[in-house]
Design a protein around this ligand. Structure first.
Ligand SMILES: *Cc1c(COP(=O)(O)O)cnc(C)c1O
Length: 395
């Protein structure tokens, strides 16, 4: 159904959208004709391709990004005695993965210039407690902007913390570290483990899917084991070996496996990732240029490295009116995210609203505009005109 605007009928423009090619469809159909539907050669291929792309030593494909975060948290040893710091400006799964394991979550504030978790705010939390009180950090490359993880690693090392990078927005992003080396998001050089989502709005879609990356053999082995019921058949890992049939359940795991059908789609999509990012980059540049000098605040990009542009977030005055007026015009802008510490669930487990000034100020004005590779120039022009007109009308 089109939305009527000045006599023209136009398909609503979402904030994000997947792109499935004929090649993707052929890859999935070929898998349906093969001997494997669930975990088989396509899963192994997808894992190898993600490891090669990111530079991480190990990649484990899982049912979805949330499952990946849960498995990574388990592999990092999160339990009921674990306390973890994260950001409130993220999807709920970044914090929920700690709660699944019974751990507790504290929220640091964001840097208002980058919208990423603020190093100084994390440091203040750490220093407000005795050493050893906190055990880990879950950080996120929000909107696809790479977090400077080398600085977080130094802080984490001083306080004995592990780092889990929620890289669900950032496949294809990279930053330049203090030594001048380029570091791809999710390469797990500074983080102990990283997680990607392959949900259709993310860069590489499997339908549902996710990947955990790490350079640690022990994290890798645990993620593999917990992905499939805590069971291993690997002769090198068995405690006993009475015969070829034997397998061992060594911990309480889950069925978080990815199917070969999904993995075939993921590998085919991954082969077009660079094209997609180049298109996202062009869309971001055009928005940046269009909003310069207007009441729409943009967040640019890091001077060095590469923003993966999962989301194009802006701040606008009178957000509610702007959001409603854009939806009336068929521009389905979204808000990323309602701060996690204000959610009833997290308030109930002990976190107050009103404590994180930058996160709350950003949320009051936050809006995500359409950003996906198949957004056409014509559609983007329509979005820009609508945003500028609506913002002018409410100002
Ligand atoms: C999408 C997303 C997830 C969860 O991924 P799913 O594949 O949907 O489970 C986790 N964290 C962030 C930041 C995300 O954007």
């Amino acid at each position: 159904m089109g939305v009527s605007m000045s006599g023209t009928s136009r398909r609503p423009i979402p904030y994000g959208r997947h792109a499935v090619s004929e090649g993707d469809i052929d890859a999935v159909v070929a898998t349906l004709r093969s001997d494997f539907l669930t975990q088989g050669p396509k899963v192994a291929e997808f894992e190898a391709a993600i490891a090669a792309y990111t530079g991480a030593k190990y990649a484990v494909a899982v049912a979805n990004g949330t499952a990946g975060l849960h498995l990574a948290a388990l592999a990092l040893g999160v339990d009921t005695s674990t306390r973890v710091i994260t950001t409130p400006i993220t999807f709920a799964a970044s914090a929920n993965c700690i709660r699944y394991c019974g751990g507790s979550v504290a929220f640091a504030d964001i840097d208002p210039e980058t919208l990423l978790i603020d190093l100084a705010s994390v440091e203040r939390l750490l220093e407000s407690k005795p050493r050893g009180y906190y055990h880990g950090l879950v950080v996120i490359d929000f909107a696809g902007r790479p977090l400077r993880l080398d600085a977080f690693r130094r802080l984490a090392d001083r306080h004995g913390l592990w780092i889990l990078e929620d890289a669900c927005h950032a496949l294809g992003g990279h930053f330049v570290d203090d030594t001048g080396a380029s570091q791809r998001c999710g390469n797990a050089v500074f983080a102990d483990a990283a997680v990607f989502s392959c949900h259709p709005v993310k860069h590489v879609a499997c339908g549902e899917g996710g990947v955990v990356t790490t350079n640690s053999r022990s994290v890798y082995e645990k993620v593999v084991r917990y992905r499939s019921h805590g069971i291993t058949k690997d002769p090198a890992l068995l405690q006993d070996n009475p015969g070829g049939w034997y397998y061992e359940m060594q911990g309480l795991g889950f069925n978080y496996r990815l199917s070969d059908i999904h993995a075939a789609l993921g590998s085919s999509q991954l082969s077009r990732l660079e094209e997609g990012i180049a298109r996202r980059e062009a869309i971001a540049t055009r928005y940046d240029d269009a909003f310069r000098g207007s009441a729409v605040r943009t967040f640019g990009r890091p001077d060095r490295g590469r923003h993966a542009h999962h989301l194009y977030v802006v701040e606008v005055p009178s957000r509610r009116e702007v959001y409603d007026a854009l939806h009336e015009r068929g521009v389905l802008a979204q808000v990323h995210y309602v701060p996690l510490h204000t959610m009833p669930y997290y308030r109930d487990v002990g976190f107050e609203s009103g404590a994180l000034a930058h996160a709350e100020a950003y949320y009051e004005r936050a809006l995500s505009l359409p950003m996906y590779p198949t957004l056409t120039d014509d559609e983007q022009a329509y979005v820009i005109d609508a945003v500028l007109a609506v913002v002018k009308a409410v100002a």
